[in-house]
Design a protein around this ligand. Structure first.
Ligand code: ZN
Length: 325
């Protein structure tokens, strides 16, 4: 069967939701979204994955026998030498977890599992914002900050598969504690949780009246959309805070630009989707201020294009490419 005719399933697996797509080439035949609940334990979690995949296959009108492969993107540290997920901060029971083998057994087709940011950037480089680029860095700004690298046209995975953790680039020795156990990582300073925490302090001081009106004092309600609406409604100090956070992202981008000389930096994730018009120019300006000018001169900074579908499309294309490798 020609590569473009192979039907594959792509899975975006998160701590609270799963998105499954059935793809033929770049054509999306069906998508199904479901909630996942890690507190239900491993059995529940895998049952949700299995049910969502079979619903997506049914929605696309395909029989399971027509499926060629399944590719998944999952948050956490993976080891490509053993094809296992070593750990995933938001899915506590995932420890040395053989998800690829379990998917393979369930669907009786080859399966791959890769880091979600890697698959998101691969999707953007194959079909989206970085199409045609050979040297790309991606920063995905959400609750945390994911990262990925494509060098010489290939996903750069390092010796074990853990490369590209750009959210854990060290930014400030006096910075707050980070989920990874270190201190002062980019994510601990500029991820959505860090932004929400400082926005709450700002609101308590009376500096973000629109945000206070919409979300009150409950920092859990300071999602990307609420922050964006408050900025659009005129919370100037909040907008300045978002810009300062974006400038820190720009410093990490400058380190990557100087080290790797990419042609393109992609900025994506939920925070970018909500506040991209504020974040992208501030991050780019900071990158250009801190990087070596001769290197920065040929770097373009672009917003991600594929939104929710980046990881699904990337993971589907990734497993398709592995089959033909
Ligand atoms: Zn960290």
């Amino acid at each position: 069967m020609a590569k473009k005719d192979k039907v594959v399933v792509g899975i975006d697996l998160g701590a609270t939701k799963i998105l499954v797509g059935v793809l033929k080439g770049r054509k999306v035949l069906a998508t199904v979204k479901a909630k996942t609940d890690p507190s239900g334990g491993e059995g529940d979690f895998f049952a949700t994955i299995a049910a969502t995949v079979s619903r997506a296959l049914a929605d696309s009108g395909l029989k399971p026998a027509q499926l060629a492969a399944v590719g998944a993107g999952c948050p956490g540290v993976l080891d490509i030498r053993t094809n296992r997920i070593i750990s995933s901060a938001n899915i506590p029971f995932i420890k040395d977890y053989p998800l690829a083998r379990k998917l393979q057994k369930l669907l009786k087709v080859p399966a791959t599992v890769e880091n979600d940011a890697n698959m998101g950037l691969y999707g953007e480089q194959q079909f989206g914002a970085a199409a045609g680029c050979e040297h790309v860095a991606g920063f995905f700004l959400g609750t945390g900050i994911g990262g990925a690298l494509i060098l010489d046209g290939k996903l750069y995975r390092g010796c074990s598969g853990a490369a590209g953790e750009l959210g854990h680039i060290f930014v400030d020795p006096l910075g707050p504690g980070c989920g990874c156990g270190n201190r002062g990582c980019l994510e601990s300073l500029a991820g959505r949780l860090a932004l929400a925490g400082e926005a709450a302090a700002l609101a308590a001081r009376g500096g973000a009246p629109r945000l206070m009106k919409e979300a009150g004092a409950d920092v859990r309600k300071f999602k990307s959309g609420a922050l964006a609406r408050a900025v659009a409604a005129g919370d100037r100090q909040l907008k300045d805070l978002v810009r300062r956070k974006a400038a820190l992202v720009g410093i990490a981008m400058a380190n990557i630009v100087n080290t790797l000389d990419p042609e393109c930096v992609v900025l994506g994730g939920g925070l970018m989707e909500a506040l991209g018009e504020v974040i992208l120019p501030a991050a780019e300006e900071s990158m250009r201020r801190h990087a070596m000018p001769d290197i920065a001169a040929h770097v373009t900074v672009v917003p991600a294009k594929l939104g929710d579908m980046a990881i699904v499309m990337g993971a589907a294309q990734w497993v398709r490419d592995q089959l033909d490798a």
